[in-house]
Write a protein that binds this ligand. Structure first.
Ligand SMILES: [Zn+2]
Ligand SMILES: [Zn+2]
Length: 301
């Protein structure tokens, strides 16, 4: 039995329903095309809602990699919900489970469990949302105890529908199509973190899963594609980090830049980033550790 009401189940199911509607709505572009204004609206909605998902739902709400005033968390959560990312309790519940069981049996969206190959890839990209995995077994207590976040969680579909209505009022079918297209692209962009960054890319850091650093996903998700670093250092606000010949190299990470901007504006504090010693100590290739420490490389056969 789920630790939440039947009404909550109905509210949750509205989420993937709206995503399907967005896919169908995005097809309107074939018939209507898009004005330059609508193209700008598509990109703007994509970037703003991606930032809310990455900097607020992921790095703040779930991993607490920095601190921010409640208002930042609340507004960011409403924007992320408007992106079709569901509510904060649902999102954190699944993402916490993903880290707890990464690429093992209870990972909700691993490309290796319960399927492999192309079927596994589809499962991690979208298929799991249409399975029994969709409803979380439990909801995070800290989010549930915040009355505003709990309300955003249960009414997650309202910001999204409101944004669709605003788009229509702004520019008719042209802008409504832009909203559908942007939401569809956003959905698949975020989902590549579940699929592509567990299948393709490099693994500079040692972890117990298949997480990888993938530059394409980093572009699509404004920095979340540096997923191997993220699995190795889950509480790091900065994901764009790798190792090259024993040296720490920083990679483009727009979400981290946004967090730094929030800090400059006094809207973020206590930003957590691992030290270079910690990063090197976690190198997957032990040669990197030795190179960095200036000692001879041990070769074991
Ligand atoms: Zn994470
Ligand atoms: Zn992952």
């Amino acid at each position: 039995m789920k630790p939440y009401s039947q009404l909550t189940v109905i509210s949750y199911i509205i989420g993937p329903t709206l995503i399907v509607v967005s896919h169908v709505g995005a097809l309107l572009v074939i018939f209507t095309g898009l004005s330059w204004g609508a193209i700008t609206w598509t990109l703007l909605l994509y970037v703003i809602r991606m930032f809310a998902t990455t900097s607020i739902y992921h790095r703040l709400l779930t991993h607490k990699s920095y601190q921010a005033p409640a208002l930042v968390l609340w507004i960011g959560s409403i924007v992320a919900a408007a992106g079709g990312q569901m509510g904060p309790s649902w999102w954190k519940a699944h993402h916490t489970k993903h880290h707890q069981f990464s690429d093992q049996d209870h990972d909700p969206h691993s490309p290796y469990r319960p399927f492999k190959g192309i079927k596994g890839f589809w499962w991690s990209q979208a298929g799991w949302l249409f399975s029994s995995e969709f409803l979380p077994a439990k909801l995070p207590a800290d989010v549930e105890n915040d009355v505003v976040l709990r309300m955003v969680d249960r009414l997650h579909f309202i910001p999204m529908i409101a944004l669709g209505a605003i788009s229509y009022l702004m520019g008719g079918v042209d802008y409504l199509t832009a909203f559908f297209l942007s939401t569809t692209l956003l959905f698949h962009g975020v989902a590549t973190v579940n699929s592509l960054t567990h299948t393709a890319g490099d693994q500079p850091f040692s972890t117990n899963d298949y997480s990888r650093n993938n530059w394409l996903v980093a572009v699509l998700t404004l920095g979340e594609g540096w997923h191997n670093l993220h699995h190795a250092f889950q509480s790091s606000a900065r994901h764009g980090i790798t190792l090259r010949v024993g040296q720490v190299v920083y990679l483009p990470d727009p979400t981290f830049w946004l967090i730094k901007l929030l800090e400059f504006l006094n809207l973020a504090s206590k930003i957590r980033v691992p030290s270079e010693t910690e990063l090197i100590a976690r190198a997957k290739d032990r040669n990197h550790q030795h190179l960095a420490l200036g000692t001879e490389v041990e070769i074991s056969i």
